[in-house]
Structures are given as structure tokens and as C-alpha cells.
Design a protein around this ligand. Structure first.
Ligand code: 4AD
Ligand code: MG
Length: 474
């Protein structure tokens, strides 16, 4: 028994071998003397075409109509050259067995169903070509991420999910509440058990075993603590944002990759971001060919060539001030007018990457300090900070990073300016008291990377179970 991982097209050298396949039926065509069953086990995009004659063991199950789209089956047969044009080899079945029948209500019967519809069936959508391919490429990107950082001497750090700090200082955090432990209790009594203030409203300041706690918006601050001990580290884990935005690039729960480099400045940070992106994109072009060809044909025409360019060409670098100049000179009418000091909107980001620099990633640096987080290092002009965002076509901001403010007096002054509670950052300030060093890092939204790498338009389709306002079901 041989195992074909790369799909039937790669099986030519295995003609004549015996093969077992366990998977789910995609289609079945019963003809008078022969039945064709396409089976997929998710190991690759291609289905295995199985040819069943009436003399096969278990043929009665075909006759009884047990084998329908969605059913799980176990087949054993011999690999033979295919008569059909879609595949080079097919499996001539000796034995077929139904493992689990599929009810006729199986919702993914037709070859092409809309992605909107499939979002309502998140538990079944991995059985489609698109979502199988996205899952495999997402996995390859995660694998390549760990590979890249480990090959470059970075140590992976687990940052906490529950935290009292607000990394971005933007107040977009979900509160953590301690529910009473019994699962049998009805929800009302769980809510009764939540600490309340005198007026009866929930006392969030008490709620994590007597203290306030939130879901993390970023692992950066924790990453900095380990970078100032192990030099180069990264985090890779789930992060949460309580922003009520319904767009094709925002999730309430998303995964972030956050490297943090000690003894490093903004230039080092940009070099790391560029090398990382080029590495993971090259990895999927080389290792996920079948899935990438599928995206190239069905999701975004030309994506393979575009990604090949990303691997080969330098990224464009532009200061925020120059970017604003460029936008002011643009002939295009923007919905949000631009002026120095404003945050760039997605229409501006897209104009810069798509219409000005022909689809190349663009790194924008040195943003006004007033639109960026408290921890970014102030530049000598007193107005801007050593920040960088990497913008890519269609997705817009893929990476946000900066050199960190390593000077205690500057950092304290900035926290005061922004009226942030210095006491709650006491441990973060300690890093500037004990052996402070210049350091820098960035955060990359993993689902936006999946969007960029596959061409999938909506971020809800780049993660198995999207969490957006109003959706937390399966
Ligand atoms: O720019 P952000 O907010 O930066 C930080 O959180 C820093 N602490 C990162 C760091 O320097 N270590 O977020 C970083 C990236 C964005 O560029 C974007 O790709 C992604 O995270 N992101 C989101 N992705 C999906 N849904 C959301 N709601 C996102 N918010 C940010
Ligand atoms: Mg950002």
C-alpha cells in the first residue's frame, strides 16, 4: 500500500500499486456498468478519482445509494492510468466500504457555492476546495514563520492572553469576567455571580478574582521584557480587539506575529520585516504549488507572479511626510481628505501601493507621534516617531512596528502627556531602569498575511472560525 500525498497527478510512477484512501465523497456518478466517485481527504487539492465496477467488494453499498456527496468512505484498489483528461491516474476499486453516511440535507452539494453562504457553515466549509487550500496555505505560513525566526536565532515566547495592560493604549479591550464554575447553572445565575457595584451594574474593576483584567490586544510589551534578556524573540498567538468594525480586514480575534529585536533600530526592524515577508512568501510558492495555482486561477488572477515579485524586489520606502505630499498631489478625489497629521485611511493606503508603486509593498516611516502609540521612540524633530507600517495591495496595512522609546524620562513624559496611568506600566518602565537598550519590533496580522498570500478578499475567510461583531457560533 502506497500513500500519495501530492495528489493523483504525482502518482504515475506508482501505477500498479495497491492504494487505500479514506476520505469524503465530493461527487458520485453512477453509470450502468461503472461508477465514478471523487474522494478527497484534505491532504491535497486534487480528488482521487475512484472507478467502481459491479464486481468490486461492497458494490451493494453503491447500489443501495449509501454513497452520496458528503459521506465518508474507505476504499482499496489499484492505481491505473486514467482514461479521463482531468487526472493522470485513478483508483480501480477492489473494495469499498461506507464509514459514515451523509444525510441528503448536506449543504455543500453544488460545485460552486458562495463564500457568504459558506460563512454560515463554518463547520463544513473546510470540505470545499477553497477552504481546504486556505487551511493548508495558512498552516504552511505558520510553519514558515517558526522556521524563519528559529533559523535566525529568535526565541519564541508565549505572551499571556489575559492581561491588565493595554498595549496600544486605545481602550479597545474585551473585559474578562469570572463566571461561577458550574456548567449546569443557567446563564442568569452566572450573571448574578458577577461582582456588582452599588447601583447594580457589573463591577469590571473587580472581575478577575477581585482585579480588573482584559484580553490582550498585543503581546508586544511582554515580548519587550524577553528581548531585553534573550535579545531576539517573537510571539505568535491570538490577540483581541473590541472594535466594532465590520470591514473585510478587521476581526475581533486575530493572530499576531510579533518579533522584538534588542540592540536594534528602525532600519534593523524594516530589514527584518522585509526578510520575513520574502521568506514566507517564497516558502509557499515553493511548497504549496497546487494550492497557489488554484488561487491563481480561481481567486486572484496573476497572484503567483505578483508574489514572485515580492520575493525578488526591494520594498519601496517612503516617509509619512512624503506620503502625504504624494496624496495631496494625486488627481484622485478621496472620501477622506488628507492633511499632515491625519491617519492614513485604507483608500490612501491602496492608492499608494496599487496606483503609485504598481503593487509593490510600501514601507511608510516616521509618522506623527499623535496618531501612534505611547511606546514609539520620539524622533529628534519632536513631532514624529520612529514608526513603520508595511502596506500591501488590497489588504492595506499588513505590519505595524516601531523602534521603542528606551529612554525612561521620554517614556514617562509621554505616558503623562497621554494621561495613561504610569503605575500600571511599572514593570514596563523597569526595563528602562535596568540595562535599557535600543530595541525595535513589529506586529503582523496573520489573517491579513493569509489574505495577501491567497488573494482571499474577506478576512472572515482567512481564519477557520472568524470572530466579528455578532458572530461567535461555531
Ligand atoms: O498596528 P497594530 O495595532 O500594532 C500593534 O499591536 C503593535 N503592538 C505591534 C508591535 O509592534 N509588536 O497591529 C499590528 C497588525 C496590523 O498591522 C494588522 O495587520 C493587524 O495587526 N491587525 C488586525 N488584524 C485583523 N483584525 C484587526 N482588528 C486588526 N488590528 C490589527
Ligand atoms: Mg497599526
Amino acid at each position: 500500500i502506497v500513500d500519495i500525498k501530492g495528489g493523483p497527478d504525482e502518482g504515475l510512477e506508482k501505477l500498479g500499486h495497491s492504494q487505500v484512501v479514506r476520505g469524503w465523497v465530493r461527487t458520485i456518478r453512477v453509470q450502468s456498468t461503472v461508477t465514478f466517485i471523487e474522494v478527497n481527504d484534505g491532504s491535497c487539492l486534487s480528488n482521487m478519482q475512484c472507478v467502481v465496477n459491479p464486481d468490486a467488494e461492497g458494490y451493494d453499498q453503491v447500489e443501495a445509494g449509501l454513497i452520496t456527496t458528503g459521506a465518508s468512505i474507505h476504499v482499496q484498489g489499484v492505481l491505473v492510468e486514467s482514461q479521463g483528461s482531468k487526472q493522470k491516474v485513478e483508483l480501480k476499486i477492489e473494495k469499498i466500504e461506507t464509514i459514515g453516511k451523509s444525510d441528503p440535507s448536506f449543504p455543500i452539494q453544488k460545485k460552486r457555492v458562495s463564500r457568504e453562504f459558506l460563512r454560515t457553515k463554518a463547520h463544513l466549509r473546510p470540505r470545499t476546495n477553497t477552504f481546504g487550500a486556505v487551511a493548508r496555505v495558512r498552516n504552511a505560513l505558520a510553519y514558515a514563520t517558526h522556521k524563519f525566526f528559529n533559523e535566525n536565532g529568535f526565541v519564541w515566547i508565549s505572551s499571556p492572553i489575559i492581561t491588565a495592560s493595554d498595549c496600544e493604549g486605545a481602550g479597545e479591550q474585551f473585559c474578562v469576567t469570572t463566571l461561577i464554575p458550574s456548567a449546569q447553572e443557567p446563564l442568569d445565575s452566572k450573571v448574578d455571580a458577577i461582582p456588582k457595584t452599588e447601583d447594580g451594574s457589573i463591577d469590571w474593576s473587580q472581575d478577575f478574582f477581585g482585579k480588573p483584567a482584559f484580553l490582550t490586544v498585543s503581546g508586544q510589551l511582554n515580548g519587550e521584557t524577553y528581548a531585553t534578556a534573550l535579545t531576539d524573540v517573537y510571539t505568535f498567538g491570538p490577540t483581541f480587539r473590541a472594535e466594532n468594525s465590520n470591514t473585510s480586514r478587521h476581526l475581533a480575534e486575530f493572530w499576531m506575529i510579533e518579533p522584538e529585536l534588542a540592540f536594534a533600530n528602525l532600519e534593523d526592524d524594516m530589514a527584518c520585516a522585509t526578510a520575513y515577508l520574502q521568506y514566507v512568501v517564497k516558502f509557499i510558492l515553493e511548497n504549496c504549488k497546487e494550492d497557489m495555482d488554484f488561487f491563481n486561477t480561481w481567486i486572484e488572477k496573476g497572484i503567483v507572479d505578483r508574489l514572485s515579485d515580492v520575493v525578488e524586489k526591494d520594498f519601496v520606502k517612503l516617509s509619512y511626510t512624503d506620503a502625504v505630499e504624494l496624496l495631496l498631489r494625486a488627481k484622485k478625489k478621496f472620501e477622506f481628505p488628507v492633511k499632515w497629521g491625519c491617519d492614513l485611511q485604507s483608500e490612501h493606503e491602496r492608492y499608494i501601493t496599487e496606483e503609485t508603486f504598481g503593487g509593490s509593498p510600501v514601507i511608510i516611516t516616521d509618522y506623527p507621534k499623535d496618531i501612534k502609540a505611547f511606546y514609539m521612540r520620539q524622533n529628534d524633530d519632536g513631532k514624529t516617531v520612529a514608526a513603520m507600517d508595511v502596506l500591501v495591495p488590497r489588504v492595506g496595512e499588513l505590519i505595524g512596528g516601531s523602534q521603542r522609546e528606551e529612554r525612561l524620562d521620554y517614556l514617562e513624559a509621554r505616558l503623562d502627556d497621554l494621561k495613561l496611568n504610569k503605575e500600571s506600566y511599572w514593570w514596563y518602565l523597569d526595563l528602562r531602569r535596568y540595562g535599557s537598550v535600543p530595541h525595535a519590533g513589529f506586529g503582523l496580522g496573520f489573517e491579513r498575511l493569509v489574505q495577501f498570500a491567497t488573494g482571499i478578499e474577506n478576512i472572515r475567510d482567512a481564519i477557520p472560525f472568524p470572530r466579528t461583531p455578532g458572530s461567535a457560533e461555531s
